[in-house]
Design a protein around this ligand. Structure first.
Ligand code: UD1
Ligand code: CA
Length: 451
């Protein structure tokens, strides 16, 4: 059985925030959320989150997907683990990690459990050019880890050690709980340090193993907003590299932000300054040009998106979007469509091969296939109190600058004359025209100019 304890009770003073530290988002998801996702991916069944400061916000966010232990007051990382008594009798191994380390990947979690198979305790360490404020790994003459010394408790000599404690440990669960009681608080901060277990295990002849994490950034702890930006940078880069390895071209990974969990098909090209968020799924051979923003979007193959925003909406294959279009609120654009310059779609369906190329608002409309919109069409869906739907059937032609006052239905192959304000439905094959007749006044132009 694989279990995990995530420490998230600390105040996070250095964040200078009213928000609990572990609730600060990286790539649009609270840090604690990333950790829980990675634990699940690595097959961890029991997850206990130790909460204290701002406990409610963490519980509201994670819900009953995990168990909780309350730490009140917060007397250190060792004291935090003592609160997870619900795991006391569980067989198997337990991973302990800090809620402020959002970048940890499931592969590393699996490696930690594997490393502990023939050991009683495994410390995940990393090598940094400067050990900063991390606990230092003190190794004995035989190369084994003797103990961990917190930066605040280090001698000059110990501070020079470059191998640090990532704060991630794997334990034989029962041995963890048997030995927790032995941790004291005789140190500079009068806290119960979890790290003291290294010495305790060694003293009892229990096996302590170390696993060096190859990329120290993956295990970084976020203590302030500067660290938060570093974690964001790392995650951004890491996600981009994952997609590039899968056959996606990302022209500038430094300015491309892709949330964890986004899916992108092969041979898709992403230009600089693009954000792709949430549960977005993108097909293959898609081109996403600069300044596009996608959230919870579903994009089929061979689509081109130019400087556009697509939120909670779907786009069919071979369709082109933009420049400067906005699709939102459950809009669905079918295959082979063209959505052009400055066009907004809201909660609407647009059928196969239909075109809407310029300066148009389509809200609450159901549009068939092969429909052509001229420039500047408005579906007038709102009367200030209620919203109504517009229906446009296959093959209809909507002239430029028409207003369709909903609710209204335009029949198959019907034609709306440019500049019409349509208040009544038009039958299949008919033409709707709603504008006053033009009158020309001979010579009036010259006369006016010379006046
Ligand atoms: C800790 C480690 C340090 C390691 C570093 C890695 C200890 C004593 N120190 O230091 O060796 O290099 O992490 O990032 O373990 N927390 C609680 N209850 C508490 C105290 C802390 O739940 O009483 C939680 C915090 O919310 C946080 C995590 O434990 O998520 C780590 O605490 P923090 O104060 O950030 O420890 P560091 O000083 O960074
Ligand atoms: Ca920390």
């Amino acid at each position: 059985m694989r279990s995990a304890i995530v420490l998230a009770a600390g105040k996070g003073t250095r964040m200078k925030s009213s928000l609990n530290k572990v609730m600060h988002p990286v790539s649009n998801k609270p840090m604690i959320g990333h950790i829980v996702t990675s634990l699940r991916k690595a097959g961890v069944e029991n997850i206990v989150v130790v909460v204290g400061h701002g406990a409610e916000s963490v519980k509201d966010y994670l819900g009953d997907s995990v168990q909780y232990a309350l730490q009140e007051p917060q007397l250190g990382t060792g004291h935090a683990v003592m609160q997870a008594q619900c795991l006391k009798e569980v067989e198997g191994d337990t991973l302990i990690l800090c809620g402020d380390g959002p970048c940890i990947q499931s592969e590393t979690i699996e490696a930690a459990f594997a490393a502990n198979e023939n050991s009683e305790m495994t410390v995940l360490t990393a090598v940094l050019p400067d050990g900063e404020r991390y606990g230092r790994i003190v190794r004995g003459s035989n190369g084994n880890v003797d103990r961990i010394v917190e930066a605040k408790d280090c001698t000059e000599e110990q501070l020079a050690i470059t191998e640090i404690n990532t704060g991630i440990f794997c334990f034989k669960n029962k041995l963890l709980f048997e030995n927790l009681k032995e941790i004291g608080n005789d140190n500079n901060q009068q806290e119960y340090y979890l790290t003291d277990l290294v010495e305790i295990f060694n003293r009892k002849g229990l096996l302590v193993n170390a696993m060096i994490v190859s990329d120290p950034q993956e295990t970084m702890g976020v203590n302030d907003r500067i660290d938060l930006a570093k974690a964001q940078k790392w995650m951004t880069r890491h996600e981009c590299e994952k997609h590039m390895r899968n056959g996606v071209t990302i022209i500038d990974p430094d300015t491309t932000y892709i949330d964890v969990g986004v899916e992108i098909g092969q041979d898709t090209i992403i230009y600089p300054n693009v954000m792709i968020q949430g549960e977005t799924k993108i097909g293959s051979n898609v081109t996403i040009l600069s300044n596009s923003f996608l959230r919870n979007a579903e994009i089929a193959d061979e689509v081109t998106i130019d400087s556009s925003k697509i939120v909670e909406s779907k786009v069919g294959a071979h369709t082109t979007i933009g420049p400067m279009s906005h699709l939102r609120n459950h809009t669905e654009i079918a295959e082979n469509c063209r959505i052009g310059n400055f066009v907004e779609f809201k909660n609407s369906y647009f059928g196969t091969g239909s075109k809407c190329a310029h300066l148009t608002y389509v809200g609450d409309a159901d549009v068939g296939s092969g429909v052509n919109f001229g420039c500047g069409v408005v579906t007038v869906n709102y009367d200030g109190k209620n919203k109504y739907r517009t229906t446009i059937k296959d093959g209809a032609f909507i002239g430029s600058n028409c207003n369709l006052i909903a609710p209204v239905t335009i029949g198959e192959n019907a034609l709306l004359a440019a500049g019409s304000t349509i208040t009544d439905s038009v039958e299949d094959g008919d033409m709707g025209i709603a504008r006053s007749r033009q009158e020309n006044k001979a010579g009036y132009g010259t006369k006016y100019k010379n006046k």
